[in-house]
Design a protein around this ligand. Structure first.
Ligand code: UDP
Length: 483
Protein backbone atom coordinates (compact mmCIF):
# COMPACT_ATOMS: atom_id res chain seq x y z
CA UNK A 1 0.00 0.00 0.00
CA UNK A 2 1.20 3.53 -0.87
CA UNK A 3 2.15 5.16 2.44
CA UNK A 4 2.82 8.69 1.10
CA UNK A 5 0.72 10.89 3.34
CA UNK A 6 -1.89 12.75 1.35
CA UNK A 7 -3.30 15.98 2.77
CA UNK A 8 -5.96 18.36 1.48
CA UNK A 9 -5.55 22.11 1.90
CA UNK A 10 -8.42 24.58 1.88
CA UNK A 11 -7.40 28.24 1.69
CA UNK A 12 -9.99 31.03 1.66
CA UNK A 13 -10.45 33.03 -1.56
CA UNK A 14 -7.87 35.69 -2.38
CA UNK A 15 -4.28 35.59 -3.45
CA UNK A 16 -2.76 36.70 -0.17
CA UNK A 17 -3.82 33.55 1.72
CA UNK A 18 -3.32 31.34 -1.33
CA UNK A 19 0.39 32.23 -1.60
CA UNK A 20 1.41 31.02 1.91
CA UNK A 21 -0.82 27.92 1.61
CA UNK A 22 0.84 26.97 -1.67
CA UNK A 23 4.30 27.71 -0.28
CA UNK A 24 3.60 25.51 2.75
CA UNK A 25 2.40 22.76 0.41
CA UNK A 26 5.59 23.08 -1.68
CA UNK A 27 7.76 22.57 1.39
CA UNK A 28 5.76 19.53 2.51
CA UNK A 29 6.00 18.01 -0.97
CA UNK A 30 9.65 18.78 -1.64
CA UNK A 31 11.18 18.25 1.78
CA UNK A 32 8.83 15.67 3.29
CA UNK A 33 7.52 13.78 0.28
CA UNK A 34 3.84 14.48 0.96
CA UNK A 35 1.04 14.46 -1.58
CA UNK A 36 -1.18 17.59 -1.54
CA UNK A 37 -4.59 18.30 -3.03
CA UNK A 38 -5.53 22.00 -3.11
CA UNK A 39 -9.24 22.68 -2.88
CA UNK A 40 -9.80 26.20 -4.19
CA UNK A 41 -13.05 28.09 -3.46
CA UNK A 42 -13.84 30.55 -6.23
CA UNK A 43 -15.45 34.01 -6.31
CA UNK A 44 -17.19 35.04 -9.55
CA UNK A 45 -13.88 36.20 -11.09
CA UNK A 46 -11.88 33.19 -10.01
CA UNK A 47 -9.79 31.36 -10.83
CA UNK A 48 -7.89 34.44 -12.00
CA UNK A 49 -4.66 34.20 -13.96
CA UNK A 50 -2.79 35.14 -10.77
CA UNK A 51 -4.44 32.29 -8.84
CA UNK A 52 -3.73 29.78 -11.59
CA UNK A 53 -0.16 30.87 -11.87
CA UNK A 54 0.45 30.55 -8.10
CA UNK A 55 -1.02 27.04 -8.21
CA UNK A 56 1.00 26.07 -11.26
CA UNK A 57 4.15 26.61 -9.23
CA UNK A 58 3.34 23.47 -7.19
CA UNK A 59 5.64 20.53 -7.89
CA UNK A 60 4.18 17.66 -9.90
CA UNK A 61 3.19 14.84 -9.69
CA UNK A 62 2.64 15.09 -5.92
CA UNK A 63 0.09 17.88 -6.15
CA UNK A 64 -3.31 18.38 -7.63
CA UNK A 65 -5.73 21.33 -7.74
CA UNK A 66 -9.50 21.17 -7.62
CA UNK A 67 -11.33 24.44 -8.37
CA UNK A 68 -14.75 24.59 -6.76
CA UNK A 69 -17.65 26.08 -8.75
CA UNK A 70 -17.59 29.93 -8.56
CA UNK A 71 -20.02 31.42 -6.05
CA UNK A 72 -22.15 34.27 -7.34
CA UNK A 73 -22.17 37.61 -5.50
CA UNK A 74 -25.63 38.47 -6.90
CA UNK A 75 -27.35 38.22 -3.51
CA UNK A 76 -24.76 40.45 -1.84
CA UNK A 77 -25.23 44.22 -1.65
CA UNK A 78 -22.93 46.19 -3.98
CA UNK A 79 -21.08 47.67 -1.04
CA UNK A 80 -20.32 44.30 0.67
CA UNK A 81 -16.81 44.42 2.08
CA UNK A 82 -14.12 41.82 1.24
CA UNK A 83 -14.58 39.95 4.57
CA UNK A 84 -18.23 39.49 3.78
CA UNK A 85 -17.42 38.30 0.26
CA UNK A 86 -14.95 35.76 1.63
CA UNK A 87 -17.41 34.48 4.18
CA UNK A 88 -20.23 34.30 1.58
CA UNK A 89 -18.00 32.34 -0.80
CA UNK A 90 -16.95 29.90 1.91
CA UNK A 91 -20.49 29.28 3.15
CA UNK A 92 -21.85 28.68 -0.34
CA UNK A 93 -18.93 26.41 -1.22
CA UNK A 94 -19.61 24.00 1.65
CA UNK A 95 -21.68 21.51 -0.42
CA UNK A 96 -18.93 21.25 -3.04
CA UNK A 97 -16.26 21.01 -0.32
CA UNK A 98 -18.24 18.11 1.14
CA UNK A 99 -18.43 16.40 -2.21
CA UNK A 100 -14.69 16.77 -2.91
CA UNK A 101 -13.56 15.70 0.57
CA UNK A 102 -15.83 12.68 0.50
CA UNK A 103 -14.22 11.51 -2.71
CA UNK A 104 -10.72 12.20 -1.34
CA UNK A 105 -11.18 10.16 1.83
CA UNK A 106 -12.58 7.26 -0.08
CA UNK A 107 -9.69 7.10 -2.60
CA UNK A 108 -8.23 3.65 -2.52
CA UNK A 109 -4.79 2.31 -3.20
CA UNK A 110 -5.95 1.58 -6.74
CA UNK A 111 -6.37 5.30 -7.47
CA UNK A 112 -3.40 7.54 -8.21
CA UNK A 113 -3.34 9.06 -4.73
CA UNK A 114 -3.88 7.51 -1.31
CA UNK A 115 -6.80 8.67 0.89
CA UNK A 116 -6.33 12.01 2.63
CA UNK A 117 -5.09 11.73 6.20
CA UNK A 118 -5.53 15.37 7.20
CA UNK A 119 -7.16 18.63 6.18
CA UNK A 120 -5.43 22.01 6.52
CA UNK A 121 -8.00 24.76 6.90
CA UNK A 122 -7.76 28.52 6.57
CA UNK A 123 -9.37 30.28 9.58
CA UNK A 124 -12.03 31.67 7.20
CA UNK A 125 -12.77 28.11 6.05
CA UNK A 126 -13.58 26.93 9.57
CA UNK A 127 -17.17 26.17 8.49
CA UNK A 128 -15.72 23.00 6.92
CA UNK A 129 -14.97 21.59 10.38
CA UNK A 130 -18.36 19.90 10.53
CA UNK A 131 -17.63 18.16 7.24
CA UNK A 132 -14.26 17.03 8.55
CA UNK A 133 -16.00 15.68 11.63
CA UNK A 134 -18.60 13.79 9.61
CA UNK A 135 -15.89 12.27 7.39
CA UNK A 136 -13.55 11.74 10.33
CA UNK A 137 -10.64 13.74 8.88
CA UNK A 138 -8.13 15.11 11.41
CA UNK A 139 -7.88 18.86 10.93
CA UNK A 140 -5.17 21.50 11.31
CA UNK A 141 -5.69 25.26 11.03
CA UNK A 142 -3.02 27.04 9.00
CA UNK A 143 -2.85 30.62 10.11
CA UNK A 144 -1.15 32.52 7.24
CA UNK A 145 -0.60 35.29 9.76
CA UNK A 146 1.04 35.42 13.18
CA UNK A 147 0.76 34.20 16.77
CA UNK A 148 -0.62 37.54 18.01
CA UNK A 149 -3.59 37.23 15.68
CA UNK A 150 -4.24 33.65 16.82
CA UNK A 151 -4.01 34.80 20.41
CA UNK A 152 -6.66 37.45 19.73
CA UNK A 153 -8.89 34.82 18.13
CA UNK A 154 -8.62 32.72 21.30
CA UNK A 155 -9.31 35.75 23.48
CA UNK A 156 -12.17 37.17 21.44
CA UNK A 157 -15.09 35.43 23.21
CA UNK A 158 -13.84 36.94 26.49
CA UNK A 159 -13.16 40.32 24.92
CA UNK A 160 -16.70 40.26 23.56
CA UNK A 161 -17.98 40.10 27.13
CA UNK A 162 -15.56 42.78 28.37
CA UNK A 163 -16.57 45.11 25.55
CA UNK A 164 -20.31 44.43 25.93
CA UNK A 165 -21.19 48.05 26.71
CA UNK A 166 -19.21 49.60 23.83
CA UNK A 167 -20.14 49.84 20.16
CA UNK A 168 -16.55 50.36 19.09
CA UNK A 169 -13.39 48.61 20.27
CA UNK A 170 -11.55 51.91 19.93
CA UNK A 171 -13.59 53.18 22.90
CA UNK A 172 -12.32 50.54 25.32
CA UNK A 173 -10.88 52.43 28.29
CA UNK A 174 -8.03 49.98 28.96
CA UNK A 175 -5.45 48.49 26.58
CA UNK A 176 -6.12 44.86 25.63
CA UNK A 177 -3.54 42.52 27.13
CA UNK A 178 -3.16 39.23 25.30
CA UNK A 179 -0.78 36.67 26.84
CA UNK A 180 2.77 37.39 25.68
CA UNK A 181 1.76 40.31 23.42
CA UNK A 182 2.41 44.03 23.71
CA UNK A 183 -0.68 45.86 25.08
CA UNK A 184 -2.98 46.93 22.25
CA UNK A 185 -5.17 49.98 22.12
CA UNK A 186 -8.70 48.78 21.22
CA UNK A 187 -8.50 50.74 17.93
CA UNK A 188 -5.45 48.68 16.86
CA UNK A 189 -7.23 45.29 17.04
CA UNK A 190 -8.47 43.53 13.86
CA UNK A 191 -10.43 45.84 11.58
CA UNK A 192 -13.21 43.23 11.39
CA UNK A 193 -13.98 43.54 15.11
CA UNK A 194 -13.87 47.33 15.39
CA UNK A 195 -17.60 47.94 15.06
CA UNK A 196 -19.41 45.49 17.35
CA UNK A 197 -22.77 46.18 15.72
CA UNK A 198 -21.87 44.69 12.33
CA UNK A 199 -22.45 41.22 10.88
CA UNK A 200 -18.73 41.01 10.20
CA UNK A 201 -18.06 41.42 13.93
CA UNK A 202 -20.62 38.75 14.84
CA UNK A 203 -19.21 36.38 12.23
CA UNK A 204 -15.66 36.87 13.55
CA UNK A 205 -16.75 36.13 17.12
CA UNK A 206 -18.59 33.06 15.86
CA UNK A 207 -15.47 31.83 14.00
CA UNK A 208 -13.41 32.46 17.09
CA UNK A 209 -15.79 30.44 19.31
CA UNK A 210 -15.68 27.57 16.82
CA UNK A 211 -11.89 27.61 16.78
CA UNK A 212 -11.58 27.79 20.57
CA UNK A 213 -13.93 24.92 21.22
CA UNK A 214 -13.15 22.58 18.32
CA UNK A 215 -11.62 19.45 19.73
CA UNK A 216 -11.15 18.13 16.23
CA UNK A 217 -8.39 20.71 15.55
CA UNK A 218 -5.15 18.77 16.04
CA UNK A 219 -2.90 21.79 15.84
CA UNK A 220 -2.32 25.32 14.63
CA UNK A 221 0.34 26.01 12.01
CA UNK A 222 1.64 29.57 12.18
CA UNK A 223 3.41 31.58 9.53
CA UNK A 224 5.69 32.96 12.20
CA UNK A 225 8.90 31.96 13.95
CA UNK A 226 10.01 31.75 17.53
CA UNK A 227 12.42 34.71 17.66
CA UNK A 228 9.90 37.20 16.36
CA UNK A 229 7.10 36.28 18.77
CA UNK A 230 8.79 34.19 21.46
CA UNK A 231 6.52 35.09 24.38
CA UNK A 232 3.20 34.79 22.62
CA UNK A 233 4.19 31.51 20.95
CA UNK A 234 5.21 30.12 24.34
CA UNK A 235 1.92 31.24 25.88
CA UNK A 236 -0.06 29.60 23.06
CA UNK A 237 1.96 26.38 23.34
CA UNK A 238 0.86 26.05 26.95
CA UNK A 239 -2.72 25.66 25.73
CA UNK A 240 -2.58 24.19 22.22
CA UNK A 241 -0.39 22.31 19.77
CA UNK A 242 1.36 25.05 17.81
CA UNK A 243 3.74 24.68 14.86
CA UNK A 244 5.59 27.95 14.17
CA UNK A 245 6.94 27.07 10.71
CA UNK A 246 7.46 30.53 9.20
CA UNK A 247 8.43 32.53 7.42
CA UNK A 248 6.65 30.80 4.59
CA UNK A 249 6.96 33.29 1.74
CA UNK A 250 7.06 33.17 -2.05
CA UNK A 251 10.01 31.32 -3.49
CA UNK A 252 10.93 29.92 -6.85
CA UNK A 253 11.15 31.35 -10.33
CA UNK A 254 9.18 34.46 -11.34
CA UNK A 255 5.54 33.87 -12.03
CA UNK A 256 3.90 34.85 -15.28
CA UNK A 257 1.55 37.27 -13.53
CA UNK A 258 4.39 39.14 -11.84
CA UNK A 259 4.17 41.70 -14.61
CA UNK A 260 7.04 42.78 -16.76
CA UNK A 261 10.42 43.22 -15.23
CA UNK A 262 10.46 47.01 -15.66
CA UNK A 263 10.96 47.43 -11.90
CA UNK A 264 13.93 45.12 -11.82
CA UNK A 265 15.63 46.67 -14.84
CA UNK A 266 15.09 50.10 -13.31
CA UNK A 267 16.41 48.91 -9.92
CA UNK A 268 19.55 47.57 -11.63
CA UNK A 269 20.44 51.17 -12.53
CA UNK A 270 20.02 52.64 -9.02
CA UNK A 271 22.65 52.91 -6.30
CA UNK A 272 22.80 50.25 -3.60
CA UNK A 273 20.13 50.63 -0.86
CA UNK A 274 18.81 53.87 -2.38
CA UNK A 275 15.23 52.93 -3.31
CA UNK A 276 12.11 52.98 -1.15
CA UNK A 277 9.58 50.37 -2.28
CA UNK A 278 6.00 51.54 -1.63
CA UNK A 279 3.20 48.98 -1.74
CA UNK A 280 -0.04 48.22 0.07
CA UNK A 281 -0.28 44.50 -0.65
CA UNK A 282 -2.61 42.63 -2.93
CA UNK A 283 -5.60 44.92 -2.43
CA UNK A 284 -4.75 47.86 -0.16
CA UNK A 285 -6.05 51.24 -1.27
CA UNK A 286 -5.78 54.83 -0.06
CA UNK A 287 -8.34 57.62 -0.20
CA UNK A 288 -7.92 60.24 -2.96
CA UNK A 289 -6.67 62.79 -0.46
CA UNK A 290 -4.20 60.40 1.15
CA UNK A 291 -2.86 59.37 -2.23
CA UNK A 292 -2.15 63.01 -3.09
CA UNK A 293 -0.35 63.60 0.21
CA UNK A 294 1.74 60.47 -0.24
CA UNK A 295 2.69 61.49 -3.79
CA UNK A 296 3.85 64.94 -2.70
CA UNK A 297 5.57 63.50 0.37
CA UNK A 298 7.59 61.05 -1.73
CA UNK A 299 8.57 63.88 -4.04
CA UNK A 300 9.55 66.14 -1.14
CA UNK A 301 11.71 63.44 0.45
CA UNK A 302 14.04 63.60 -2.53
CA UNK A 303 14.55 59.83 -2.34
CA UNK A 304 14.21 57.29 -5.11
CA UNK A 305 11.10 55.12 -4.96
CA UNK A 306 9.07 52.41 -6.69
CA UNK A 307 5.41 52.97 -5.96
CA UNK A 308 2.84 50.30 -6.78
CA UNK A 309 -0.24 52.46 -7.33
CA UNK A 310 -3.84 51.37 -7.30
CA UNK A 311 -6.97 53.40 -7.99
CA UNK A 312 -7.90 55.23 -4.75
CA UNK A 313 -11.04 54.28 -2.91
CA UNK A 314 -12.75 56.50 -0.36
CA UNK A 315 -15.00 53.68 0.91
CA UNK A 316 -12.72 50.70 1.59
CA UNK A 317 -9.02 50.43 2.33
CA UNK A 318 -9.10 47.00 0.70
CA UNK A 319 -9.97 46.55 -2.95
CA UNK A 320 -9.39 42.79 -2.92
CA UNK A 321 -11.84 41.11 -5.31
CA UNK A 322 -12.13 44.38 -7.19
CA UNK A 323 -8.82 44.72 -8.90
CA UNK A 324 -6.10 42.60 -7.32
CA UNK A 325 -3.68 40.69 -9.43
CA UNK A 326 -1.49 41.60 -12.33
CA UNK A 327 -1.46 45.03 -13.79
CA UNK A 328 -4.05 46.21 -16.21
CA UNK A 329 -2.23 48.60 -18.49
CA UNK A 330 -5.47 50.18 -19.65
CA UNK A 331 -6.36 51.68 -16.29
CA UNK A 332 -5.57 55.42 -16.28
CA UNK A 333 -3.26 57.00 -13.73
CA UNK A 334 -5.38 60.14 -13.65
CA UNK A 335 -5.74 59.94 -9.89
CA UNK A 336 -2.16 61.00 -9.24
CA UNK A 337 -1.59 64.74 -8.71
CA UNK A 338 -1.27 66.82 -11.83
CA UNK A 339 2.19 66.63 -13.34
CA UNK A 340 3.39 64.00 -10.83
CA UNK A 341 4.09 61.40 -13.48
CA UNK A 342 6.09 63.85 -15.57
CA UNK A 343 8.03 65.22 -12.60
CA UNK A 344 8.79 62.03 -10.73
CA UNK A 345 12.38 62.01 -11.92
CA UNK A 346 13.65 59.93 -9.03
CA UNK A 347 10.77 57.45 -8.93
CA UNK A 348 9.05 54.68 -10.82
CA UNK A 349 5.29 54.21 -10.71
CA UNK A 350 3.99 50.71 -11.38
CA UNK A 351 0.35 49.95 -11.76
CA UNK A 352 -1.34 47.53 -9.34
CA UNK A 353 1.27 44.77 -9.04
CA UNK A 354 5.03 44.34 -8.77
CA UNK A 355 7.23 41.26 -8.38
CA UNK A 356 7.51 42.08 -4.69
CA UNK A 357 9.85 39.43 -3.36
CA UNK A 358 12.32 40.14 -6.15
CA UNK A 359 12.07 43.90 -5.55
CA UNK A 360 12.69 43.43 -1.81
CA UNK A 361 15.60 41.09 -2.54
CA UNK A 362 17.22 43.58 -4.95
CA UNK A 363 20.39 45.23 -3.73
CA UNK A 364 19.15 48.73 -4.65
CA UNK A 365 16.12 48.46 -2.35
CA UNK A 366 16.78 50.15 0.98
CA UNK A 367 13.34 50.60 2.55
CA UNK A 368 9.74 49.41 2.34
CA UNK A 369 6.71 51.61 2.96
CA UNK A 370 4.24 48.83 3.69
CA UNK A 371 0.66 48.27 4.81
CA UNK A 372 2.12 45.64 7.18
CA UNK A 373 0.27 42.69 5.67
CA UNK A 374 1.90 39.71 7.33
CA UNK A 375 3.43 38.21 4.18
CA UNK A 376 4.87 41.59 3.18
CA UNK A 377 6.25 41.97 6.70
CA UNK A 378 7.96 38.56 6.58
CA UNK A 379 9.31 39.20 3.09
CA UNK A 380 10.83 42.48 4.25
CA UNK A 381 12.42 40.88 7.32
CA UNK A 382 13.77 38.01 5.26
CA UNK A 383 15.56 40.49 3.01
CA UNK A 384 16.63 42.77 5.86
CA UNK A 385 14.69 45.78 4.51
CA UNK A 386 13.60 48.32 7.19
CA UNK A 387 9.95 49.34 7.14
CA UNK A 388 7.70 52.38 7.25
CA UNK A 389 4.53 51.01 8.85
CA UNK A 390 1.34 52.24 7.16
CA UNK A 391 -1.34 49.78 8.32
CA UNK A 392 -4.73 49.81 6.59
CA UNK A 393 -7.02 46.90 7.56
CA UNK A 394 -7.26 43.32 8.92
CA UNK A 395 -4.67 42.71 11.67
CA UNK A 396 -2.22 45.22 10.16
CA UNK A 397 -2.37 47.74 13.01
CA UNK A 398 -1.38 44.99 15.46
CA UNK A 399 1.48 44.05 13.17
CA UNK A 400 2.56 47.68 13.10
CA UNK A 401 2.65 47.80 16.92
CA UNK A 402 4.82 44.65 16.95
CA UNK A 403 7.18 46.06 14.31
CA UNK A 404 7.49 49.56 15.74
CA UNK A 405 7.34 49.00 19.48
CA UNK A 406 8.63 45.51 20.12
CA UNK A 407 10.97 44.68 17.29
CA UNK A 408 11.98 48.27 16.44
CA UNK A 409 12.32 47.48 12.75
CA UNK A 410 9.79 50.06 11.55
CA UNK A 411 8.98 53.75 11.80
CA UNK A 412 5.35 54.82 11.85
CA UNK A 413 4.26 58.17 10.40
CA UNK A 414 1.72 60.11 12.43
CA UNK A 415 -1.67 61.08 11.07
CA UNK A 416 -2.66 64.70 11.40
CA UNK A 417 -5.78 65.43 13.45
CA UNK A 418 -9.19 63.85 13.27
CA UNK A 419 -9.29 62.96 9.60
CA UNK A 420 -6.50 60.38 9.98
CA UNK A 421 -4.63 61.72 6.94
CA UNK A 422 -0.83 61.51 6.97
CA UNK A 423 0.39 64.80 5.54
CA UNK A 424 3.12 65.22 2.93
CA UNK A 425 5.58 66.83 5.39
CA UNK A 426 5.29 63.83 7.71
CA UNK A 427 5.74 61.41 4.80
CA UNK A 428 8.88 63.24 3.65
CA UNK A 429 10.30 63.35 7.16
CA UNK A 430 9.75 59.65 7.90
CA UNK A 431 11.12 58.60 4.49
CA UNK A 432 14.26 60.64 5.12
CA UNK A 433 14.64 59.20 8.64
CA UNK A 434 14.43 55.66 7.29
CA UNK A 435 16.51 56.03 4.16
CA UNK A 436 19.23 58.22 5.62
CA UNK A 437 19.32 56.74 9.13
CA UNK A 438 20.25 60.18 10.42
CA UNK A 439 17.86 60.23 13.38
CA UNK A 440 18.33 58.00 16.42
CA UNK A 441 15.13 56.08 15.58
CA UNK A 442 16.19 55.63 11.97
CA UNK A 443 19.54 54.22 13.05
CA UNK A 444 17.93 51.79 15.50
CA UNK A 445 15.51 50.52 12.87
CA UNK A 446 18.24 49.94 10.29
CA UNK A 447 20.32 48.09 12.88
CA UNK A 448 17.46 45.99 14.31
CA UNK A 449 16.28 44.73 10.93
CA UNK A 450 19.73 43.25 10.25
CA UNK A 451 19.61 41.36 13.54
CA UNK A 452 16.11 40.10 12.83
CA UNK A 453 17.16 38.96 9.38
CA UNK A 454 19.93 36.89 11.01
CA UNK A 455 17.42 35.26 13.33
CA UNK A 456 15.20 34.33 10.36
CA UNK A 457 18.13 32.71 8.64
CA UNK A 458 18.78 30.74 11.84
CA UNK A 459 15.12 29.66 12.14
CA UNK A 460 15.24 28.31 8.59
CA UNK A 461 18.57 26.51 8.97
CA UNK A 462 18.65 22.74 8.81
CA UNK A 463 18.41 22.65 12.59
CA UNK A 464 16.47 25.90 13.01
CA UNK A 465 13.26 26.19 15.04
CA UNK A 466 10.95 26.55 12.01
CA UNK A 467 12.57 23.64 10.15
CA UNK A 468 12.16 21.46 13.22
CA UNK A 469 8.53 22.49 13.69
CA UNK A 470 7.75 21.58 10.07
CA UNK A 471 9.53 18.22 10.38
CA UNK A 472 7.58 17.46 13.53
CA UNK A 473 4.33 18.21 11.72
CA UNK A 474 5.37 16.07 8.74
CA UNK A 475 6.25 13.11 10.98
CA UNK A 476 2.89 13.33 12.71
CA UNK A 477 1.20 13.23 9.30
CA UNK A 478 3.35 10.30 8.22
CA UNK A 479 2.41 8.41 11.36
CA UNK A 480 -1.25 8.99 10.58
CA UNK A 481 -0.74 7.55 7.11
CA UNK A 482 0.78 4.34 8.39
CA UNK A 483 -1.93 3.67 10.96
N1 UDP B 1 2.36 40.97 -3.69
C1 UDP B 1 3.14 40.99 -4.83
N2 UDP B 1 3.10 42.12 -5.59
C2 UDP B 1 2.34 43.20 -5.28
C3 UDP B 1 1.57 43.17 -4.10
C4 UDP B 1 1.60 42.03 -3.32
O1 UDP B 1 3.84 40.03 -5.15
O2 UDP B 1 2.38 44.18 -6.02
C5 UDP B 1 2.40 39.75 -2.84
C6 UDP B 1 3.33 39.97 -1.67
O3 UDP B 1 4.66 39.61 -2.01
C7 UDP B 1 2.72 39.09 -0.59
C8 UDP B 1 1.22 39.12 -0.92
O4 UDP B 1 1.12 39.53 -2.29
O5 UDP B 1 3.20 37.77 -0.70
C9 UDP B 1 0.48 40.13 -0.07
O6 UDP B 1 0.24 39.57 1.18
P1 UDP B 1 0.19 40.44 2.52
O7 UDP B 1 -0.13 39.49 3.63
O8 UDP B 1 1.40 41.24 2.66
O9 UDP B 1 -0.96 41.48 2.30
P2 UDP B 1 -2.51 41.36 1.83
O10 UDP B 1 -2.48 41.25 0.36
O11 UDP B 1 -3.07 40.15 2.52
O12 UDP B 1 -3.13 42.62 2.29
Amino acid sequence: MNQTPHIAILPSPGISHLIPFVELAKRLILHHDLHVTCIIPCTPNEPSDATKSVLESLPKPNSRTIFLPPVSFDDLPDDANPSRKISHTMTHSLPSIHHVLKSLVSSTSTTSSPPVVALFLDPFAIGALDIAKELDIPTYVFFPTNAMALSLIFYLPKLDEIAASYDFMRDLPEPVKLPGCPPFHGGDLFASIQDRRTDTYKKTVQISKLIVSAERIKGFILNSFVDIEAKVIKALQEEKTIYPVGPIVQTGPPRQDDGDSECLTWLDKQPRGSVLYVSFGSGGTLSYEQMTELAFGLEMSGHRFIWVVRRPNNEFPNAAFLNHGPKNPLEPLEYLPNGFLERKGQGLVVHNWAPQTRVLGHISTGGFLSHCGWSSTLESILHGVPIIAWPLFAEQKMNAVLLVENLKVALRPKADGEDGIIRREEVASVVKALMEGTSEKGRIVRHSIKQLKDSVVKALNEDGSSTRALSELASTLKNMATK
